[in-house]
Ligand binder design. Sequence first.
Ligand code: SF4
Length: 322
Amino acid sequence: MVLNNESEAPHQLAIGRKPDWIRAKAPGGKAFRETKALIDTHGLHTVCQEASCPNIGECWSRGTATIMILGDTCTRSCGFCNVKTGRPSETDLDEPRRVAELLSKVPLKHVVITSVDRDDLPDGGAAIWAETIHRVHELCPDMSVEVLVGDFKGSQEDLELVIAAQPEILAHNMETVRRMHPAVRPQADYDRSLRVLGWIRDSGLVSKTSIMVGIGETDEEVSDVLADIRSVAGTDILTIGQYLQPTRNHLPIDRWVHPDQFKAYRLEGLDLGFKVVESGPLVRSSYHAEEQAQQLAPEARQTASAMDAILSHARRHRSDLA
Ligand code: SF4
């Protein structure tokens, strides 16, 4: 039912009838190559590459990337994700230092870091997470840090280690509606993810989550998951994007969601009380304020200023605690 890429060399599937609104910038150019060189020199992984993100041409040309820590091999096998599944090699204890060093060389105000799921580690990788956040804050004091974590198999204790490191934004993705969980995220659990989001809210940190659409859900079920997230976990920020099948071994695309429907989701999310909702075909969970601010759409400017206010508040909160 859920297949992950078995071959070493994942290939892009030529999806027929891709609508006009799914258009991404082709990777290449000087700035793109500079970003790639910086990442390669520091021996780091990015979710942009590992998950075959369609925005890589655009983001890397702007010098932004989402760093993926705890290696490049995930212990889970989600039906939508192109990150390699398997038994990870030994934990790289030097990784937090290299991440901070790389980030100290780029002129970013905000960074997004994520990781593979490490169910093989007793703490799910929480200690490495905490050290990475501390080191980035130390070496890049003006940079806000957004981290996207897994569910730590529902361990509040592990999550608390990450919370104690005080990232400015702490994200955990719901990914899909309740009914689709067994196919989309067989090792995760809908209610467990809601609990994780609730713990993040209780910590006082800015909380964020994402879902993708077009993988088999209905719009009614999308409404249900948005309502559940708000009522159970009071999450601040939501992103919604179109699922794109990375290879033919992954779950098929069920529908192309029209941009007007993405606008409707956004309004619905704002009505439910999310402070920021980014919703569009190519939106991904690491689609952040600095990128949005460069767009001309009025709602993007609105989102950028809301994100700015949220981040300034989070930065003040961290320095008050320091
Ligand atoms: S949207 Fe996120 S994952 Fe995709 S290329 Fe941009 S930074 Fe990377």
